[in-house]
Design a protein around this ligand. Sequence first.
Ligand SMILES: Nc1ncnc2c1ncn2[C@@H]1O[C@H](COP(=O)(O)OP(=O)(O)OP(=O)(O)O)[C@@H](O)[C@H]1O
Length: 232
Amino acid sequence: MEERSAHGYQPLIRFDNVGLRYGLGPEILRDVTFAIEPGSFQYVTGPSGAGKSSLLRLLFLSLKPTRGMVEIFGQDAATASRTTVPVLRRRIGIVFQDFRLLEHLTTYENVALPLRVLGHPDSSYRHDVTELLEWVGLGDKMWVHPPVLSGGEKQRAAIARAVITRPEILLADEPTGNVDPPLARRLLRLFIELNRLGTSIVIATHDLALMDQYDARRLILNSGLMEIHDVV
Ligand SMILES: Nc1ncnc2c1ncn2[C@@H]1O[C@H](COP(=O)(O)OP(=O)(O)OP(=O)(O)O)[C@@H](O)[C@H]1O
């Protein structure tokens, strides 16, 4: 029988006693057990080097656990084939710490890229991409290339690209790391709005001010172990 969470939903992602080590190094994640529910909002936090980025890599199937089980949309990550991984990833949006925008493409083309890769014609998504870029405040930066964008503008372009396909989960690695407090608050409002529209949000951060602004579940990593603080 399919295992279901306390809320009656099947979780989108499930970690069961997960351990991770790089090569022959020490285990940097140990016995990590948690689930990501549909429509949920959580922070992954903990000191520098605690394993936040590594946890996101496991969530995005860029890494496989060295022990325990990671289940993504009901599929065991350990046995996911090379053809299954991209199919699962299409349901996950990710914002990398270093944005990874393509410099030879305009902001519009960067955001439209995931749809173009899926084979959709430009006419089918032009309206959606333009609307989303306006929504994140980049309406006047659509036709410039990333090198002339500020850090915060790049951040918003990366977020727009991550959500243009309406993923079920959005993973963001230190999304407020390079921006000033007013922009950090704006980005947080953007995540909250996306969450209201149904996307599950996972934000890796050590920005305590950010977490204090919007109370949500905290998955706290420390010495490889995870402590979970639910909102009461
Ligand atoms: N590719 C790798 N090979 C070997 N060790 C790695 C690799 N990536 C990360 N590590 C180690 O794993 C541990 C966790 O790193 P990770 O980047 O996941 O932490 P973090 O919590 O995201 O840190 P920060 O907040 O500083 O970004 C660190 O000790 C790091 O040195």
